[in-house]
Design a protein around this ligand. Structure first.
Ligand code: NAP
Length: 293
């Protein structure tokens, strides 16, 4: 079994990006600028945003964080989005989800200028992605594609099962992996909570990608011998062994599944790190006007 080292791949991409930023500075250009909007005090969201800020610093991007209280109104958040849409110094920005219950995430996402939508959640970017036109691809699927490409995972003619059909992970990933291109040319089955015989379907996969949000749901008997397993799940599990008081685990029962597959992503150290890198890649594209000219 080979561990897919998300940290190593993420570091390699970040090193290349830092070189590119250095060249931009030498050419007298402004460095890419990623802004993040954080509403409320959700601990996981605060951690994700902190990781994004740290990654920006590592590659030399400018980052800015707009923090607002949980009580912020939808109208005020729409104004904050509009402010960032108009700020020429900001190349791309994200509104960290989830939002407080009184704010519609759909309304907020639709208000983001698609040209600055580096999270790739705007309907225009999703639509372009489906049509195989230039688009910002949402960070987690984009990061997984990078992870697969850099790990040399063969996709042509392979049976891929994606477990979980969320708008931000499973559904876009299922579309991207069934493209007619070198790095993503699978026959894809998309599973969800109404799928019959999930165990058998998963056990038929050459490549199994799990984004279910169910702690260690995928056991060894659901995985084919020699399969590639990508675990998107992220769960904070209480732990007395860490300073933070918790440790991260995935949707896959790593200890038993890793004995059976040919390649697997660990949690942490797999998909999560690549998600942040993919966001940086999208921000670089925004700074260079690569998607929408
Ligand atoms: P989500 O919106 O909760 O969707 C979960 C999907 O899994 C749904 O499609 C659901 O089916 C399906 N599902 C749930 N239980 C199932 C079961 N018992 N059998 C079959 N299907 C089942 O999830 P998400 O936002 O995609 O996130 C999934 C996981 O990835 C979470 O742990 C999340 O924290 C993690 N995540 C990680 C990253 C990262 O950067 N590493 C990024 C995003 C998410 P239905 O549609 O029928 O309900």
């Amino acid at each position: 079994m080979k561990l897919i080292d998300g940290k190593k791949i993420a570091d390699e991409i970040k090193t290349e990006m830092a070189i590119e930023v250095r060249k931009m500075i030498d050419a007298g250009q402004r460095v890419p600028h990623l802004a993040a909007v954080l509403v409320g005090e959700d601990p996981a969201s605060q951690t994700y945003v902190a990781h994004k800020e740290k990654a920006c610093k590592e590659v030399g991007f400018t980052s800015s964080l707009y923090r607002y209280p949980e009580s912020m109104s939808e109208k005020d958040l729409l104004e904050a989005v509009e402010f960032l849409n108009r700020d020429d110094e900001v190349d791309g920005f994200i509104v960290q989800l989830p939002l407080p219950k009184h704010i519609s995430p759909e309304k907020i996402i639709k208000a983001i200028n698609p040209k600055k939508d580096v999270d790739g959640f705007h309907p225009m970017n999703i639509g372009n992605m489906v049509l195989n036109l230039p688009a910002y691809i949402s960070a987690t699927p984009y990061g997984i594609l990078q992870l697969m490409k850099h790990s040399g995972i063969e996709t042509e003619g392979k049976n891929c099962v994606v477990a979980g059909r969320s708008n931000i992970v499973g559904t876009p990933l299922s579309i991207l992996l069934s493209r007619n291109n070198k790095d993503a040319n699978c026959t894809v089955t998309l599973c969800h909570s109404k799928t019959k015989n999930l165990k058998e379907v998963c056990a038929g996969a050459d490549i199994l990608i799990v984004a279910m949000g169910q702690l260690e749901f995928i056991k060894a008997d659901m995985v084919k011998e020699g399969a590639v397993v990508i675990d998107v799940g992220m769960h904070r599990v209480p732990s007395t062994e860490t300073k933070s008081g918790f440790r991260l685990k995935g949707d896959v029962a790593f200890d038993e599944v890793s004995k059976k597959c040919s390649m697997i992503t660990p949690v942490p150290g797999g998909v999560g790190l690549m998600t942040v890198v993919a966001l940086l890649m999208n921000t670089m594209k925004a700074a260079k006007n690569e998607i929408y000219g």
